[in-house]
Design a protein around this ligand. Structure first.
Ligand SMILES: C=C(O[C@@H]1C=C(C(=O)O)C=C[C@H]1O)C(=O)O
Length: 414
């Protein structure tokens, strides 16, 4: 058992400004920041890492009753024996990481949480809250960079391998990705990348995990699972078209996407998979019969929301493990597709397309699928993008689709 003391008080501060000021003093940094709703957590430092919540004995302190916020960043294919990209190999494999300081914004307000393995010393809270409240308004600088294009021939080759597995019937869908290398004149700043994503036009949830000099960051539209008491939600997201230049073009493209058999099929694999997991672990499962459109800055997706009540005794962690990876990021059947990805992709995805999120001391929280992300160290970085491949997919069109998806993470450089 690990006894954790968690002290929370309200603060009158903008949490992003406060994070920008405080971050200089901490090598470990964690962000889970939903842009469209105040579900925002920004963590600094490391109080403790635990394998499960069962190991924690939590004492809540301070004027606000709030659970400690643990972060969890997990690899796409944690069991893949292939070595991860050198940038990812430095991140420890820890399940639940509790920061020393968490800045919280939710529908109740903005809060400062200080976590400790002994009773939290009041002077410490006062010092952080003073710093938060005097934080200057943030500014972010653009980051000039060069993108090294990957080879189209290599992509054709990967597509040919996928095509073979599809025509032999070994898989019915596989999600292949591309990795592009970036080079900058100055070291990538995690603060600037973060602020550009939060304040820019990227839609979704901003994620950051910084460990010493290396950081993983992005803005994903895809929720894996959210748990609030016994209510749980998920999302089927697969099938893509461009966003369109204006409202009219966007509506035409959306209608074509809704009517496109290939995209509807790619989408349906995800719906069927999530339905199977939810019907085993939940009840009152609600899944609309028809998908909707999710419009983002650069692309639009077919999207089906999922809602249910979870069976007593089933944890958020178990749901995330059962759901990940879905056919949206692996393919169908999931195991066969994952094996094919290991064989075809010349790199290990690391956190890209992994389940990343937060869990609070009561077991509520959420995980997103870490899409539209990259990993950075000094002047170099890698960005990742993928797309679902079925038998009738065209290599050229899928290559272009990934270019559109990459524009979200590239928007982080201004
Ligand atoms: C794999 C990615 O995106 C996934 C694949 C999609 C598709 O194939 O249409 C759409 C959304 C995501 O589920 C990515 O962005 O890297």
């Amino acid at each position: 058992m690990t006894r954790i003391y968690s002290y929370t008080q309200a603060i009158d501060a903008d949490i992003v400004d406060a994070f920008c000021l405080l971050q200089k003093g901490f090598t470990d940094q964690f962000v889970y920041y939903r842009k469209e709703a105040p579900v925002r957590f920004m963590g600094l430092g490391r109080c403790v890492a635990l394998p499960t919540l069962d190991e924690a004995e939590i004492t809540l302190e301070g004027p606000v009753h709030a659970q400690p916020v643990f972060f969890s960043f997990n690899r796409f294919d944690g069991a893949n024996p292939a070595l991860a990209d050198e940038l990812f190999s430095s991140f420890p494999r820890l399940r639940l990481m509790l920061p020393e300081v968490v800045l919280i914004e939710n529908e109740r307000g903005t809060f400062l949480q200080v976590n400790s393995l002994g009773p939290v010393y009041a002077g410490r809270v006062q010092r952080f809250s003073r710093d938060c409240e005097r934080a200057p308004e943030r500014s972010a600088a653009p980051i000039p960079y060069q993108l090294e294009m990957d080879s189209r021939e290599q992509w054709q080759e990967a597509m040919a391998q996928a095509g073979e597995a599809l025509s032999e019937g070994r898989v019915r869908k596989v999600v292949l990705s591309r990795r592009l290398r970036l080079q900058a004149g100055h070291p990538f700043s995690s603060k600037d990348v973060l602020v550009n994503l939060i304040d820019g036009d990227a839609v979704g949830t901003v994620l950051l995990y910084r460990y010493a000099d290396v950081f993983f960051c992005g803005c994903t539209p895809e929720l894996l699972v959210r748990k609030n008491g016994c209510t749980v939600e998920s999302m089927c997201l697969a099938g893509t078209c461009p966003a369109g230049a204006d409202g009219e073009e966007s509506a035409v493209l959306a209608r074509q996407l809704m009517a496109d058999r290939k995209n509807r099929e790619e989408h349906q694999f995800v719906v069927d998979f999530i339905r199977t997991v939810f019907e085993r672990t939940c009840y009152n499962v609600e899944i609309p019969a028809e998908p909707r459109i999710m419009r983002l800055a650069h692309v639009q997706h077919l999207f089906t929301p999922v809602k249910a009540q979870v069976l007593e005794g089933v944890s958020l962690w178990q749901l995330a493990e059962d759901l990940h990876p879905t056919p949206a990021t692996a393919g169908a059947p999931v195991g066969e597709a994952t094996m094919l990805i290991r064989r075809i992709e010349p790199y290990n995805r690391g956190f890209y397309a992994g389940a990343c999120g937060y869990v609070d001391g009561a077991g509520d929280g959420e995980f997103s699928v870490a899409l539209r992300t990259g990993v950075f160290d000094g002047e170099m970085g890698y960005v990742y993008g993928g797309c679902g491949i079925v038998e009738e997919s065209d290599a050229q069109a899928e290559y272009e689709e990934i270019n559109l998806k990459l524009r979200t993470i590239l928007s982080a450089f201004g």
